[in-house]
Design a protein around this ligand. Structure first.
Ligand code: DGJ
Length: 753
């Protein structure tokens, strides 16, 4: 079972009730209710989403009963489950089609429904799941447009252990002529008021997923990706929060899309003051032909409602995504501490140099050595060889197998970088199959990082990649794979598709990526996969279903990482965030931060190093060994505990960040406190913790030990009540305050006696 959130109302079940007399459906668990009703005109109306309501009562009156359909009340903002355009609802639709005659109206009326235990899968698409039938209950509602015989099946799964509902839709053409699907959202949510702040995670390369907050305004506000992947710029996640919602108090609603391609997440406020949220595949770059009898499945959207602050909203996503989206052998295993050679060597390495790095890594307690880009073809820079997945014997005379065995002989596991979806113009693969690179015949292909994207919409490309990559992965003791993707798609087009189906290209690309992942993960169930896209350019729930961790960002500066990891944590668990210590001056921003600060930030994630270990001084090696030991001692909490945000790097003067990870039984916590610039004459600050047990006594110790006298004043036995209500002492004496300097971090380990 999913380790449940601290329960407040413990029925310990998820239920879906149908009341025939009032034609209502009520999905409910210990936290939330989601209620819908068949309206008088047959449309499926939305009644409520919020804290759990009593079972057995009717909530139908929440829709005005004089409503008789849009033909009578043009423009009335009635709350609908899967709205359509063209018959009186002028807000953004959930679904849109072109019929054979060119008309576009769909009038979806309730046809019937089923309630099933557990959770069905979605063909070809990753999705959350239930491990046993009691963990979740699923409602499937069929709606039909009578003239065209389009059937829409809306699917809703309510989980027992988290305040979350997974939604998706399946659109089927039961008619006799083909039609074109132009928009097929995964979920649409009509909220009765618009008094919310909108939160999204945005940025660019090396500063992904910064928290952006703005007032919800009249009109449409959206984020999207037309890039072929979810992208560095926006993440397929939106949240609404009330103006007074904070981390541990107040209402919030999140929508997150289990998808790795072009997406749209949008809020629309109309003049009556209601708000519509929709999320799904971006309709701008999508069209899908539905022949008679054919169906289309949307990706899944996960809706979380919290009345206990943004923190509880995030925790629901963390639990669900770590335990019921991630799959495979590594889902529940503690992840190894790794060193990756990328920033240590870039393309310039030999087997001997790598082995020297691995030997030091072993000495300091690192468990996995990862060979990044540059091991194949003749790849001495990023302008060649992608697609030529055979070893470069100039650098690795004994092949991957020889290197991997020698790394294993040192006592480390071995991991390998690949970038399957790409091809360099200078490569044997491109010479043999120039048409496999995405492009439009007769037009210039736009290059990005001197490379092209392979047409993953073509099954033969996926087959080729599976054959080649499974050959490599099977040829050596490889325990880990980093799957990179370093450019976006341009000139979207696939010669394998007829003209009228080119609108399917982007989605078919993503289906191809998922198919390849599925086959490789299936063939190598013991390999730990980490996804990556030029850092965090495809950090989304879709890939988490295949790769339980992702490289969070190419930004390895500790201070920049505070913002990135904080933002990422809004929707993603610590177990999904690769976080490495790199050398200084930092390669992205040139900043020099203390080694302890770099470690203290990277501890909150899947920890590792990204540097030349042979360049560490003796003192640094000693320190790194202590850091690795510390992480190993607490990685159960740091990877699988509850993650609670305490002080935001996006608020106030942006000089501080604090967060903590605490075990599910509340007996052990690691607290991180970070200060960017040192300020003169520090105040008498205290940091209030969360998630502890107020009845327990905790022993508090600071890390690194023995450097800060006042911080040590926090050391000793403290009550859970004191730590949460009075807080931990952060103040320093004047002299110690001076010694802190800039970019300072302290950890506190809090352990129940
Ligand atoms: C981008 C990744 O994010 C880096 O970590 C590294 O793997 C490079 N690509 C290699 O080309």
């Amino acid at each position: 079972m999913i380790v449940a959130l601290p329960q407040r109302r413990a029925t310990g079940s998820a239920s879906i009730d149908w009341t025939a007399a009032t034609r209502e459906l009520h999905l409910r668990n210990d936290w939330i209710s989601y209620a819908l009703a068949v309206l008088e005109n047959g449309a499926l109306g939305q009644l409520y989403i919020g804290p759990a309501l009593a079972r057995g009562s009717s909530y139908r009156h929440l829709v005005p009963d004089e409503f008789h359909g849009f033909s009578n009340r043009l423009g009335e903002p009635v709350a609908l489950e899967y709205p359509t355009a063209g018959s009186g609802d002028y807000r953004v639709p959930a679904v849109a089609v072109d019929h054979a005659d060119g008309s576009t109206v769909l009038d979806l009326r309730y046809l019937g429904h089923r309630i099933v235990r557990g959770k069905p899968t979605i063909d070809g698409l990753p999705a959350t799941y239930a491990e046993d039938e009691d963990e979740a209950t699923t409602l499937e509602v069929d709606l039909r447009d009578e003239p065209s015989r389009v059937i829409v099946t809306l699917s809703y799964t309510i989980f027992r252990d988290v305040p979350a509902i997974a939604r998706s839709a399946r659109i089927r053409n039961d008619g006799t002529v083909a039609l074109r699907l132009r928009c097929a959202m995964s979920a649409s949510l009509d909220l009765p008021d618009a008094d919310w702040d909108l939160i999204h995670l945005s940025g660019t390369w090396a500063r992904e997923r910064h928290v952006r907050t703005r007032r919800l305004e009249l009109g449409r506000q959206s984020i999207s990706s037309p890039r072929g992947s979810s992208g560095h710029q926006h993440n397929p996640f939106l949240a609404l929060r009330r103006a007074d919602t904070v981390e541990d108090r107040g209402e919030a609603i999140g929508v997150s899309l289990v998808y790795s391609g072009n997406f749209l997440a949008e809020a629309e406020v109309e003049p009556f003051g209601t708000a519509r949220l929709r999320i799904g595949i971006d309709p701008e770059t999508f069209a899908w032909i539905l022949e008679p009898g054919a169906g289309f499945a949307t990706p899944e959207a996960v809706i979380v409602y919290s009345d206990a602050g943004l923190g509880a909203l995030s925790e629901a996503y963390h639990r669900l995504y770590r335990q019921r989206l991630a799959r495979g052998a590594w889902r529940d295993r503690l992840r190894p501490v790794l060193v990756n050679n990328w920033e240590g060597t870039y393309f310039d390495f030999t087997e001997e140099r790598l082995l020297a790095m691995a030997a030091v890594a072993r000495d300091v307690g690192i468990e996995l050595f990862v060979l990044d880009d540059g091991w194949f073809g003749r790849r001495d820079s990023d302008n060649s060889s992608l697609g030529d997945w055979f070893v470069d014997r100039r650098k690795l005379p004994n092949g991957i197998d020889g290197l991997a065995r020698r790394v294993e002989a040192l006592g480390l596991r071995f991991g390998l970088w690949i970038e399957p979806e790409m091809v360099s113009e200078q490569s044997e693969l491109f010479a043999a199959h120039p048409d496999w690179a995405i492009g439009i015949p007769g037009r210039t292909r736009t290059e990005g990082r001197q490379q092209y994207v392979l047409d993953m919409a073509r099954p033969e490309v996926v087959d080729h990649l599976f054959a080649v990559l499974s050959g490599i992965l099977g040829s050596a003791p490889i325990s880990y794979v980093k799957w990179d993707m370093n450019r976006y798609i341009t000139e979207p087009y696939s010669p394998s598709l007829p003209a009228e189906r080119q609108g399917e290209f982007f989605h078919r690309y993503v289906l191809g990526v998922y198919a390849l992942y599925e086959r490789l993960v299936g063939a190598f169930p013991e390999i730990l996969f980490e996804s990556c896209a030029g850092g965090g350019g495809r950090f989304d729930p879709g890939l988490l279903a295949f790769a339980p961790q992702a490289w969070t960002s190419d930004q390895t500066d500790a201070i920049e990482r505070l913002a990135i990891q904080w933002g990422t944590s809004l929707a993603y668990p610590l177990s999904s965030m690769g976080a490495h210590v790199s050398a200084v001056p930092n390669h992205q921003v040139g900043r020099i931060t203390p080694l302890a600060t770099r470690a203290a930030v990277a501890f909150f994630g899947v920890f590792g190093y990204e540097l030349d270990t042979t360049a560490l001084t003796d003192d640094e090696r000693h320190e790194v060994q202590e850091h690795v030991d510390f992480y190993k001692a607490h990685r159960d909490v740091l990877q699988q505990g509850r993650f609670l945000r305490l002080r935001s790097p996006f608020e106030g003067d942006r000089n501080e960040t604090a967060w903590m990870a605490v075990s599910d039984d509340a007996r052990r916590a690691v607290v991180g406190y970070y200060q960017v610039l040192n300020r003169p004459v520090p105040g008498r600050d205290r940091l209030r913790l969360r998630g502890l047990d107020r009845r327990l006594s905790y022993r508090v110790s600071t890390w690194p030990a023995g450097t800060d006298q006042r911080a040590r004043a926090s050391d000793g036995l403290r009550g859970g009540d004191e730590l949460m209500q009075a807080g931990l002492i952060l103040a320093a004496s004047r002299e110690e305050g001076v010694r802190r300097g800039d970019f300072w971090a302290r950890l506190f380990v809090v352990e129940a006696e």
